[in-house]
Design a protein around this ligand. Structure first.
Ligand code: TRP
Ligand code: ZN
Length: 505
């Protein structure tokens, strides 16, 4: 059997080469220096159809992933990312394909080369118990993770490869169809719109979810559990689907519900401030108990939140509204406009933090102006926050306080430099020009200069690419922002540090 397979494989390879097709192997990475193995080259996925059955009783997952893609070069083979599992069968253009595996690289060799520019379908059947996967820096479990009452699959910068074969880099956005089969007593929530349920094998139910807007793979989310699901519409008619773990009750649950009820108002506020409507056609939240989920993540259309964000009510204004504002701001910055390279992470976290603070500032707390003054006045030059180059923080510091706080301060510095009107025009143009696609720091700087007519290379050099405390601008004086006194400054710093320590968000 093995011998037959090897002989057949050799025959296919020689057919491809003898035909003079000039085919090449697709790259094993997307060319991102932060994570050289993430993603792949040579093709572009348009849609993933994921049929997955998960049995919480024994942790076994069985999947069939169908990718519709286009070759961007003529390929004798291409790579996918997949962690763990046994592969049962792979078909490319309806013909059996060979494969080999090395770490998370799954190399697929179709019987005939894939011609540049041509569309093809590729189907992988696989199964097994998902491997454990942890965040590189924090060691927090990410990716497909069993919970007390099911499982969740979420995480950044990589998580999708723990449950389906994928081109796992945000540079390749795609649409997704999910058909998730679980025993009848479980519910399933994912990105996009619910498309109903149907009976599966006896005692099981298939849940369909559809996410049509192009999405980065790390923004996919899957929640299997016992959910209190709520479907409602915002005042603007946007359909909402919230799923809160049914074991969260009492005062804790009341706090969560109160924040989730504000999603429509928060989106309206953000849309007005950004100058662009909410980019998707559905929204909602997934809230799971604090373990194993120790963070919030901006999973597209449906962020996931650890319930821990609603256990500390000492922030101003009270409760976890700020984290909802943060994850919803990411829907514009990070999701609709995705990263080409992970080094530009401040475009996600700096923007989400800036708009989070704007919302908080409009609701009785400190805004980005006060944060800016407080951090400059209150954090000495040797504070570690100043030693990170937030425009190129490296994989270890990607989610450090500096990227969030100094990233937001970069936008505030820009606003002070160009004024409110030009700042508004810059953000609006950024959100419009890059909508549905990707953005880079260089593109943002060019838009900022074009809209303001100012030369801004010094400003961005100082704020993004210098590992030192920036000089304090003249606009920072005690009382200048109304709250620039020392006590307010200390409070702002303490709040920020506690928020960031509560969970990565
Ligand atoms: N990007 C997330 C947020 O800002 C936070 C985050 C950083 C995260 N690293 C993570 C979430 C790892 C999950 C896993 O909302
Ligand atoms: Zn964030």
């Amino acid at each position: 059997m093995l011998v037959v397979a090897l002989v057949a494989g050799a025959a296919w390879a020689s057919t491809a080469e003898a035909a003079g097709d000039g085919c090449a192997a697709g790259a094993a990475g997307a060319g991102d220096p932060y994570f050289p193995g993430y993603g792949n080259g040579g093709y572009d996925v348009g849609r993933y159809d994921l049929d997955v059955a998960y049995n919480p009783a024994n942790g076994n997952l069985r999947g069939r992933a169908k990718l519709r893609a286009r070759a961007t070069g003529t390929l004798c083979s291409l790579n996918l990312d997949l962690l763990g599992f046994a592969i049962k069968r792979i078909r490319v253009r309806n013909e059996k394909a060979r494969w080999s595996r090395h770490g998370q690289e799954l190399t697929v060799s179709p019987r005939r080369p894939l011609k540049r520019g041509k569309r093809f379908a590729l189907t992988v059947r696989y199964g097994g118990v998902p491997v454990e996967f942890r965040d590189l820096v924090t060691g927090v479990p990410i990716g497909f993770t069993p919970t007390g009452d099911g499982a969740v699959a979420t995480g950044q910068p990589e998580s999708a490869a723990t449950w389906f074969p994928v081109n796992d880099h945000p540079g390749d956005k795609a649409a997704y169809d999910f058909e998730i089969e679980v025993p009848d007593s479980y519910g399933v929530v994912a990105n996009g719109k619910p498309k109903g349920t149907e009976p599966g094998q006896p005692g099981w139910t298939v849940w369909r979810w559809q996410a049509d807007a192009p999405m980065a793979s790390y923004l996919t989310v899957l929640g299997v559990g016992d959910w209190d699901a709520r479907r409602w519409r915002t005042a603007d008619g946007l359909p909402v689907y919230d799923a809160v773990d049914s074991t969260i009750t009492g005062a804790h649950r009341t706090e969560i519900d109160s924040s989730l009820a504000k999603q429509g108002a928060i989106l309206d506020f953000l849309a007005t401030e950004i100058g662009r409507p909410y980019p998707f056609d559905t929204v909602g939240a997934i809230v799971d108990p604090e373990r194993p989920i120790l963070f919030a993540l901006e999973t597209q259309t449906r962020p996931i939140y650890a319930a821990i964000f609603w256990l500390d009510n000492s922030f101003q204004p009270a409760n976890g509204d700020y984290v909802v504002a943060h994850e919803l701001a990411h829907q514009w910055f990070g999701d609709d406009i995705a990263l080409r390279r992970w080094r530009d992470i401040w475009l996600n976290e700096g923007f989400a933090t800036y708009y989070e603070y704007l919302w908080v500032g409009a609701h009785g707390g400190l805004g980005p102006e006060q944060l800016f003054d407080a951090l400059l006045a209150g954090l000495p030059a040797d504070d570690p926050i100043w030693s990170v180059e937030v425009g190129d923080p490296g994989p270890e510091e990607m989610f450090s306080d500096a990227v969030y706080a100094r990233g937001a301060m970069t936008l505030e510095a820009l606003r002070r430099e160009v004024g409110d009107r030009d700042f508004g025009a810059i953000v609006e143009r950024w959100a419009r020009d890059r909508a549905g696609g990707h953005g880079t720091t260089g593109q943002f700087i060019r838009i900022a200069e074009a809209e303001s007519g100012a030369r801004l290379d010094d400003l961005f050099e100082t704020w993004l690419f210098t590992a030192e405390k920036p000089p304090t601008p003249a606009t920072v004086r005690a009382g200048a922002s109304g709250r620039g006194d020392a006590a307010a400054g200390r409070q702002a710093i303490e709040d920020l540090r506690r928020r960031l320590a509560l969970g990565a968000y």
